[in-house]
Design a protein around this ligand. Structure first.
Ligand SMILES: [Zn+2]
Ligand SMILES: [Zn+2]
Length: 77
């Protein structure tokens, strides 16, 4: 079985903001946003879909008010 190490709390990835270099907050897997109501997010889902074998997480920089998607490779357990 393949699981996402972030969703399962095995790993904590510290992503720095490409703009200011500050720490970005992990906002959860993108799947949560797709399932919920978020019209503006679902419109740009085309590029947001997870590549096979990955779980896409959303990272957010408070300072710049921008978010970034990060594809986390799932691992075998
Ligand atoms: Zn995940
Ligand atoms: Zn930033």
């Amino acid at each position: 079985m393949e699981i996402c190490p972030i969703c399962n709390g095995l790993e904590d990835i510290c992503q720095s903001c490409p703009q200011c270099g500050g720490p970005m907050e992990e906002r959860g897997p993108l799947q949560d946003f797709i399932d919920g109501y978020s019209p503006y997010l679902s419109q740009e889902m085309g590029e947001g879909l997870a590549p096979p074998g990955t779980c896409v997480h959303l990272y957010y920089c408070r300072a710049c008010d921008r978010d970034q998607r990060l594809a986390i490779p799932r691992r075998q357990v």
